[in-house]
Design a protein around this ligand. Sequence first.
Ligand SMILES: N[C@@H](CCC(=O)N[C@@H](CS)C(=O)NCC(=O)O)C(=O)O
Length: 202
Amino acid sequence: MIDLYTWTTPNGRKVSIALEELGLPYKAHPIDISKDEQFAPAFLKISPNNRIPAIVDNDNGMSLFESGAILIYLADKTGKLMPKDGEGRYRTIEWLMWQMGGVGPMLGQVHHFVKYNKGKSAYAEERYSKEAQRLYGVLDRRLEGREFLAGDYSIADIATWPWISRFEWQEIDLAKFPNVKRWYETMMARPGVKRGFEVALT
Ligand SMILES: N[C@@H](CCC(=O)N[C@@H](CS)C(=O)NCC(=O)O)C(=O)O
């Protein structure tokens, strides 16, 4: 059994989607970041950066924070959603890191400036919207002639999808990125993705 500490955000949903896709038993505990629960001393012990998501794997007592590290751990634990070795493993990690270093932080800034604080900084809105357009272009080109980001369906897709699911907040017209649209819809139709997206926090 895995304890997942999470909230209804793209980074949190990456892990609940992976757990659902892998069929691993878990319990999701809410950390309400709008009430600063991420700063509680008990949570700091498992997530020293004060951010969700984090997990505790009760099979071995190990705790982990940072969604990318958690996804690699879960893939290695089960031998699924990432090749064990060879080029396929590094392609998966490559696109996972692209999400962690680019898609997440940049689209997060779009949410901050364009969705929640519109009109406060024209410079930031333009800068991050332009970067969002660029990243959607990269994703669209990568998905040209490919069903998934890095070979078979993998943790790279699972990491990226929850951010793309907020395309409306980012004022992105998915019709301009047909490969992204097709990939987005393919993933949305997966029962595990649906369950992980709507995970009940009790
Ligand atoms: N790189 C981290 C980012 C985690 C992150 O930014 N989590 C947000 C929610 S999506 C959070 O906990 N925010 C709380 C805060 O800003 O204080 C990861 O991927 O796990």
